[in-house]
Design a protein around this ligand. Structure first.
Ligand SMILES: Cc1ncc(COP(=O)(O)O)c(C=O)c1O
Length: 388
């Protein structure tokens, strides 16, 4: 039997990191020690109370039935409370909140719910690849790049966007991979632009809690009128180091949320009930005036120290990078072809992600991920000093 992929799957771009992964696997097989600063998966554990609660809730047989595809009321209520405390945003937990099995699936499914074949979707470039690929291309839409350039603070130039007929726009701050941050005034411009042009804004705020040096990330929903045009994605993955637990949420415009519920109810049955209960408790550890619990502060202090070791080390080697105010990424300008540059670092035993993997405008950059202890980051800098 001849088995053929669907046309839309055939159109997916090749996985750019495959070649690099082959080399990494080969080096590991040879017993070569690599300092891996490439993946966006935290090495730090979830808070101890999350682990205890997971044990407790998962041992209750009642928590093993199908859960609701839009999420359990207890979790949706906790999300609404968190938005009130953290951002001063009021949400109706029934119509403006949905639980997700990770924000990745939410991003892919919101596109399925609203994008018709041939519709244009504005996506940042460089960016988390799911906006253009798992979201837009798998919905047979057409991704239209919004370049994120250093001279614009890695924000899209909204006035330069010619594509005003787009159905949807993705934005993500604090940003992966550039680690750029924005203030509320930029979000006000976005809401105005989307309203004028009838574009749904999908704002990815997955790194809102990974911030340093006094920076606090806003929610797009803080902007007046944002609920008319926007939904926001957030997740327990990075805030509580629960990437493998697959627990996240989307909030905002009730029509967009109900479209997402419609798609998801045909595809999945919501996150496991016990994980929703634990995630609700984790969100409730924020103080009434929206301050994070000690656990989140401690993790951020650790990231800030790692960032300092890396950035100071890279600058001493002649790179010119600034200390990011958020995320666990450091986006660094490199000489020429980012794939070749990353291979050169790999030969020295340091794994980084070539910028071109995040889009054409990522070329000329590499991304370091500070998801390793300080000593290993210092070791990476030491290795680079020998070849650069
Ligand atoms: C910008 C961005 N959005 C979303 C996600 C996905 O997060 P989740 O674990 O909630 O699916 C990631 C994961 O790396 C990310 O970098």
């Amino acid at each position: 039997m001849k088995i053929e992929l669907a046309e839309r799957v055939k159109k997916l771009p090749p996985y750019i990191f495959a070649e690099l992964e082959k080399i990494i696997a080969e080096k590991k097989k040879q017993g070569i020690d690599l300092v891996s600063l490439s993946i966006g998966d935290p090495d730090l554990p979830p808070p101890p109370f999350v682990l205890d609660e997971l044990k407790r809730e998962s041992s209750d047989p009642k928590n093993h039935n199908y859960s609701l595809s839009q999420g359990q009321p207890i979790f949706k209520q906790a999300i609404a409370e968190w938005y009130r405390k953290r951002f001063g945003v009021e949400l109706n937990p029934e119509s403006e909140v949905i639980a997700l099995i990770g924000s990745k699936e939410g991003i892919a499914n919101v596109t399925r719910a609203f994008v018709n074949p041939g519709d244009h979707v504005l996506v940042p470039d460089p960016a988390y690849p799911v906006y253009a690929v798992g979201g837009t291309l798998l919905s047979e839409g057409i991704p239209v790049s919004m370049p994120l350039l250093a001279e614009n603070g890695f924000k899209p130039d909204l006035e330069a966007i010619c594509e005003r007929e787009a159905k949807m726009m993705f934005l993500n701050y604090p940003n992966n991979p550039t680690s750029a941050v924005i203030d509320k005034s930029f979000l006000e411009e976005v809401v105005e632009f989307a309203d004028e042009n009838n574009i749904i804004v999908c704002y990815d705020n997955a790194y809102s809690e990974v911030t340093f040096d006094g920076y606090t990330a806003p929610s797009i929903l803080e902007v007046q009128g944002a609920k008319d045009v926007a939904v926001e994605f957030n997740s327990c993955s990075k805030t509580f180091n629960m990437t493998g637990d697959r627990i996240a949420f989307a909030v905002g415009n009730s029509q967009v949320i109900s479209g997402l519920v419609k798609v998801k109810s045909q595809i999945d049955s919501g996150p496991p009930g016990y994980i929703e209960k634990v995630a609700a408790k984790a969100l409730r550890t924020y103080t009434n005036d929206g301050k994070p619990p000690e656990y989140v502060k401690k993790v951020n202090r650790e990231y800030a120290e790692r960032r300092d070791v890396l950035v100071d080390g890279l600058n001493s080697l002649g790179f010119k990078c600034e200390k990011p105010l958020a995320t666990f990424y450091v986006w660094v300008k490199c000489e020429g072809d980012s794939m070749k540059f990353a291979s050169k670092l790999l030969d020295a035993g340091v794994v980084v992600t070539p910028g071109v993997g995040f889009g054409k405008y990522g070329e000329g950059y590499i991304r370091f991920s500070i998801t390793q202890p300080k000593e290993r980051i210092a070791e990476a800098v030491e290795r680079l000093s020998k070849i650069l």
